[in-house]
Ligand binder design. Structure first.
Ligand SMILES: [Zn+2]
Length: 248
């Protein structure tokens, strides 16, 4: 998963959504209203904006592996119809993630979503990556001494620890990143900024946040980069911070 930065919608699109939200307020059966709206050019524009946010391959915002083809309502519209036309509630999703998530939307005792919203938070605060299997798992929380509950339920809902095709995609990206880091370690002169951008280009799955985060940075190629080519390391960390909006 990767941190996604939501763009503002063009004025007329936002106005359309606002009007729809108003017109459907209090409506319990939102499905038909949504179906009709979904067929409009305006909603196609919304899908296009979500897709362009996810790069040339228009990846799903949950698995970041398959092609994102439809709008997923983070708070499911069947259960929370008043959120059906809210832009912050719209994510881009592939058919597989859409099927796994369905109307599953676990909440904490306090009523907060127990599912990572990549457009609102940094997924690597809750998730961990296993370079051997390519699976995503819950991040171990040092403070509580247990895996992150939100990470666990995200993995469970989206089955992020048992999707072979997805795992293979993550492994390939990881290998690509590692091989570039090794290349930088072997070369005698590299431009730090260029290197950080190359890594960013190679990162199809949002893994840099993990590689330069608390777990990845202890692994050989990254630890060695920090020790031997600190300029390149700093540039990569700065790149990750600019994506995630904070330091880990
Ligand atoms: Zn997906």
């Amino acid at each position: 998963m990767r941190r996604v930065h939501r763009q503002a919608l063009p004025g007329r699109v936002q106005t359309y959504l606002d009007n729809k939200a108003q017109a459907t307020a209090g409506m319990q059966d939102i499905e038909s209203a949504w179906k009709t709206a979904r067929q409009t050019k305006t909603l196609e524009t919304v899908v296009g904006i979500l897709q362009s946010t996810m790069g040339p391959r228009e990846r799903c915002m949950y698995c970041v592996d398959s092609h994102g083809s439809d709008i997923d309502h983070f708070w499911p519209k069947a259960t929370y119809p008043n959120r059906a036309f809210l832009w912050p509630n719209m994510l881009l999703c592939c058919t597989e993630c859409g099927r796994f998530k369905g109307i599953r939307f676990p909440l904490s005792g306090a009523g907060d979503p127990m599912l990572v919203d990549p457009s609102a938070e940094n997924p690597w605060e809750y998730l961990d990556f296993d370079p051997d299997t390519g699976n995503l798992t819950a991040r171990y929380d040092v403070k509580s001494g247990a895996p992150s509950p939100k990470g666990e339920s995200t993995v469970q809902v989206l089955q992020l620890d048992r999707r072979e095709g997805m795992a293979e995609g993550y492994r390939q990206t990881y290998r690509r990143i590692v091989s570039r880091v090794r290349g930088a370690l072997a070369g005698d002169a590299i431009d730090p900024q260029q290197f950080a951008q190359d890594l960013q280009q190679a990162d199809d799955h949002g893994l840099l946040g993990w590689c330069f985060g608390p777990v990845g940075r202890r692994l050989p190629p990254f630890a060695e980069l920090q020790r031997k080519v600190p300029d390149a390391w700093d540039a990569c960390v700065a790149e990750v911070i600019s994506i995630e909006g904070h330091s880990q």
